[in-house]
Design a binder for this molecule. Structure first.
Ligand SMILES: C[S@@+](CC[C@H](N)C(=O)[O-])C[C@H]1O[C@@H](n2cnc3c(N)ncnc32)[C@H](O)[C@@H]1O
Length: 200
């Protein structure tokens, strides 16, 4: 079962006609599985869960709710693989208005400590890697391809759009190269018997 908010993505998956895969246009917040999952994979959606400028407590509550849902949906010992961009050597205050307002107006990035706090007593961390260099390389390749096909791109979408993409790709490559942003890949294992929080 795959969840997406995009009709086009769900349609693309349906057209693949892979009978073992079902795409649903549904938020994780509304999802009710028919049986428990062995594993959950979440790739680059986490950035969209908390809106920019949400108060810290509310942001943590959204993350905690997501991990609680995943915990409920997994069988005993099930695993959750999470890939997300995160603030590295930075915070929201360091971001160019162009990225915050024009490119990702709805999104905020997590900090590693927020993820660590949100998984507490739900999941244990099995693996954690920061592959920011992978994204720096990817963004460089995308920019090189755009440059190589620049004339065609300008004909199809116009000079201003191409310039915006060039700026986005250049800035993003810099952010991953410099460590302003991290690319976290976290392997989590369900804690089957979470200890209740002791009240003092
Ligand atoms: C940047 S794209 C990443 C796409 C994904 N990695 C893939 O390979 O298809 C973000 C994806 O997260 C999905 N998404 C964002 N918020 C979501 C939510 N609340 N519930 C389900 N999917 C969500 C979007 O629909 C989109 O498919």
């Amino acid at each position: 079962v795959g969840l997406t908010l995009s009709d086009a993505q769900a349609q693309w998956i349906d057209e693949k006609r892979a009978p073992e895969v079902t795409a649903r246009v549904e938020s994780w917040a509304d999802h009710v599985p028919t049986s428990r999952y062995d594993a959950i994979v979440s790739i680059e959606a986490f950035e969209a869960f908390a809106k920019l400028r949400l108060p810290a407590d509310d942001k943590l509550r959204v993350y905690r709710t997501f991990f609680e849902r995943c915990h409920d949906w997994l069988r005993s010992g099930g695993r959750l693989s999470l890939q997300t961009i995160a603030y590295g050597n930075s915070g929201p205050e360091d971001f160019a208005d162009f990225i915050a307002n024009d490119v990702f107006p709805e999104s905020d990035l997590p900090k590693l400590h927020e993820i660590a706090e949100a998984v507490e007593r739900r999941f244990e961390v099995e693996t954690l890697v920061n592959h920011r260099d992978h994204y720096a390389r990817t963004l460089r390749c995308w920019r090189e391809r755009l440059l190589a096909a620049r004339d065609t791109a300008v004909r199809e979408v116009g000079e201003p759009v191409v310039e915006r993409y060039e700026e986005y790709l250049r800035l993003s490559e810099y952010m991953f190269s410099a460590g302003t942003c991290d690319l976290l890949r976290i392997g989590l294992r369900r804690i089957d018997h979470p200890r209740p929080t002791r009240r003092s």
